[in-house]
Write a protein that binds this ligand. Structure first.
Ligand code: 5CA
Length: 445
């Protein structure tokens, strides 16, 4: 993308309403614009990151064998009356009446709608196991929307639902989600720790929240510091292998790690004192097993192997996709702006032309621009007639992990400069070598 043809409405001033770095930077870098309290337009740069995260979530869900579909944002109230949650959900639910006086609602989550889809077409245990998911906008009329997209009223969520014949099968689905989430977050470049939590209005006994540690997080957490040393890495997973998925769940959840809702001081005291940590975290996902809560209330039954109608065992599993954009910035920024991890960068390489209009600089930039694009390295080319300082400031704010700087002086010596946004370190190399180096950096991403 050439900056002169892009829409990047950068703010010069620091917005006063933004209390945390990610909110400030998303506004300053022209990623979002507030439409109403807790409701945002995603401007091109923000939208690009959101779509990148969505793509990673899709890839990892489908790797785990989960099947994408798309349910609407508006739902009929009657389904929620069946489950009993229409009244229970309270003021967080946005209730709407259509022209025929039918009660509707803007979905805060989709257990009822997916159960209705399931019961209308699945009859036999032979069609199980089944896990369906979608990535769709949700609405929760939060009392205190804040921190930008972190606690919005309208937000983008991946929600998946498993249907299984037995509790044992449903717990395997739970484990599969835990494993796929660990992979998903690591690919995005963040560590999210599964912690025992409370199930709230979704229900059920078994639930883990995934917490990214951050001082600005809204959740208070208690954990054994040994959990921060675990990493998923590049292990190969067979998602049908029950023992393997169970083993990973045990590896990642056997140490003490809980949110304040389930914190148990006596248990925590058993953790060696030097490893006890109390901190704050951002909840970026949650998984639930709630058994037959919805299938019984809504009559979602299959014929079991013995022919008897059996309510299915279910769970639901969510990732806060829009919240993750903010969480990623919380974990990856400095005073000058955002520092995207390579795996999620909206533009992989920034290209700065120090002397727009200089024919050698323009030609070299054009060659690099084409070369980067041809290698799939989505470049952001600052081709404006601007001072070098302003161009660097823009690149730093927008957060491309790598920057190639091109100027007449370097070109005379046959070089351009390749700079890491994270370390600030630069190396001088030929334009061809710079291209090769960028391709190598992104080869494994
Ligand atoms: N039905 C279940 C699982 S699909 C469910 O709704 N779970 S949830 O309530 O925990 O939401 C899933 C994730 O959405 C949360 O972990 C969080 O990352 C994100 N989320 C929840 N509320 C908000 C909000 N107001 N703003 C932004 N993200 C949110």
């Amino acid at each position: 993308m050439r900056l002169t043809r892009y829409f990047l409405p950068i703010l010069k001033e620091t917005p006063a309403e933004a209390a945390i770095a990610s909110h400030r930077l998303m506004l300053r870098a022209g990623m979002i614009r507030q439409a109403a309290s807790g409701i945002y337009s995603w401007l091109p740069l923000g939208f690009k990151v959101l779509k990148r995260l969505e793509q990673i979530v899709h890839e990892e869900q489908q790797r785990a064998g989960h099947i994408p579909l798309l349910m609407p944002t508006l739902q009929p109230a009657d389904l929620w009356r069946e489950s009993g949650r229409y009244d229970d959900y309270g003021q967080e639910m946005l209730r709407i009446r259509d022209r025929h006086d039918r009660d509707m609602l803007y979905g805060p989550t989709n257990e009822e709608l997916i159960t209705d889809i399931f019961r209308s077409s699945v009859r036999s245990y032979k069609d199980l196991p089944l896990t369906l998911y979608h990535i769709q906008w949700k609405f929760r009329d939060e009392v205190r929307p804040r921190f930008g997209v972190m606690r919005g009223r309208e937000f983008y969520m991946k929600d998946g639902y498993n249907f299984d014949l037995t509790k044992e099968d449903a717990l395997h689905a739970y484990n599969r989600h835990l494993v796929s989430y660990l992979r998903t977050y690591e690919r995005m470049g963040i560590q999210a720790i599964p912690m025992r939590a409370d199930s709230g209005p979704i229900g059920g006994e078994d639930t883990h929240e995934f917490l990214m540690l951050a001082d600005t997080g809204e959740s208070e957490v208690f954990y054994d510091s040994a959990v921060t040393e675990l990493s998923f890495g590049d292990r190969m997973i067979d998602y049908d292998d029950v023992a393997q998925c169970q083993g990973i769940l045990e590896e990642f959840t056997s140490r003490y790690a809980r949110t304040d809702e389930t914190h148990d001081a006596a248990e925590f005291a058993k953790v060696p004192a030097e490893r006890q940590r109390q901190a704050r975290g951002i909840e970026v996902g949650q998984i639930f097993y709630f058994g037959t809560k919805y299938s019984q209330a809504m009559n979602a039954v299959v014929n079991g192997p013995d022919g008897a109608p059996t309510p299915v065992h279910m769970g639901s599993h969510g990732i806060g996709v829009s919240r993750l954009v903010g969480a990623l910035i919380e974990a990856n920024h400095d005073d000058n702006g955002i520092i995207w991890p390579e795996g999620v960068a909206p533009f992989k390489v920034g290209l700065v032309n120090l002397k727009q209009g200089d024919s050698a600089a323009d030609t070299a930039c054009e060659g690099l621009y084409q070369g980067l694009a041809a290698r799939g390295l989505d470049p952001l080319y600052d081709d404006r007639e601007e001072r070098a300082g302003a161009k660097f400031a823009t690149m730093d704010l927008v957060g491309c992990p790598w920057r190639i700087t091109v100027g007449p002086r370097g070109l005379a010596a046959g070089t351009v400069e390749l700079t890491s946004r994270r370390t600030g370190e630069s190396e001088e190399l030929s334009p061809e070598a710079a291209l090769a180096r960028c391709a190598q950096i992104y080869a494994g991403v």
